[in-house]
Design a protein. Sequence first.
Length: 397
Amino acid sequence: MNTQNIIDTAEQNLIHTYNRYQIVLDKGEGVRLFDTDGKEYLDFGAGIAVFALGYNNKEYNDALKAQIDKLIHTSNYFYNEPAANAAKALTKASGMDRVFFTNSGTEAVEGAIKLAKKYAYLKDGNTDHEIIAMEHSFHGRSMGALAVTRNKHYQEAFGPMIPGIKFAKYNDLESVEALVNEKTCAIIFETVQGEGGVYPAKKEFIEGVRKLCDEKGILLILDEIQCGMGRTGSMFAYQQYGVKPDIVTSAKALGCGVPVGAFLAREEVAKALVPGDHGTTYGGNPLACAAAVKVFELFDSLKVLDNVKEVGAYLAEQLDKLAKEYDIIKERRGVGLIQGIELTINPKDVIAKALDNGLILFSAGTNVIRFVPPLVITKADVDEMIVKLKKSIDSAV
Ligand SMILES: *Cc1c(COP(=O)(O)O)cnc(C)c1O
């Protein structure tokens, strides 16, 4: 099929939930993608913060191929070696005690919410517990995750939402305190808000919420689906704050392209779920877990965290410089390789021009261009991106 045929076939057959760019991506190599017409793109989106190791990593591909030839799926009624190893690697990396594997981020959030509710139920026998989430949050599209996602358009047609959800202002401890009552069982937020516009949590906020949770016996759920797995320069972003959550969610870069997510908890909390309480057919299957195991190995051997710290700081510096040059850039925010620039205009024209110039960027929130490249990018890639971005801004405004 030629490019137009592929687009037409997709448009005729897929439910129209996305306004897609008129580009058919065909293959990838390192931090570059190629479309079906052979055009090259420098990728500062990584499939929405997923492909941390870059495309076509031979060791990763070989590990998956070997697992495909061995065993792809078993069900959770049996053990499999990749799941055991992935669980060990993930608990070690996160400092949590136990993990449940899912197939996506939204399912990880569902599991986290269910775990928090069960834990609270075991304590007081009540079934009307409340959860506090944040303005501008994004936790996924399934009904539980959607209920804690503060976005009018995402929620409006799909009510009623699950009850007992309240929204506080992110980075505003008082607004959280004001919503706490004896029914509150959990507080959930992203350590760095991604979709909402790239807002890192302030240290006082995250410390304050942790203290509040400790005082009131409330569980702290940190959603690290986007900002975890090395993106901020530590395996999980909360590790830079010296704060430990009770429950953590992970996905996106965890499998680097193979769908795998997880929720993790400390022992006392994890114990609340017993056989029959929660389950999944695919979650934790050998193929997905073989991917996660190899991702952890490659994070070590490629020294990914060191690269994120170094190149992330460089990216921030270059974006700060750009912000001084261009009046339409209001602010740069971010940590490591999750960065955003807030514009005074809608970024959609800049992003379209960037595609023309061979650069993939995503937006976030209303006026933010988000930079979530593969974690293996170099300073030279950043330089190339900046040149292309300048050209795109110049022709868009
Ligand atoms: C992407 C994302 C999700 C949802 O993950 P899916 O795999 O798309 O279901 C949840 N929380 C955060 C913070 C995310 O960035």
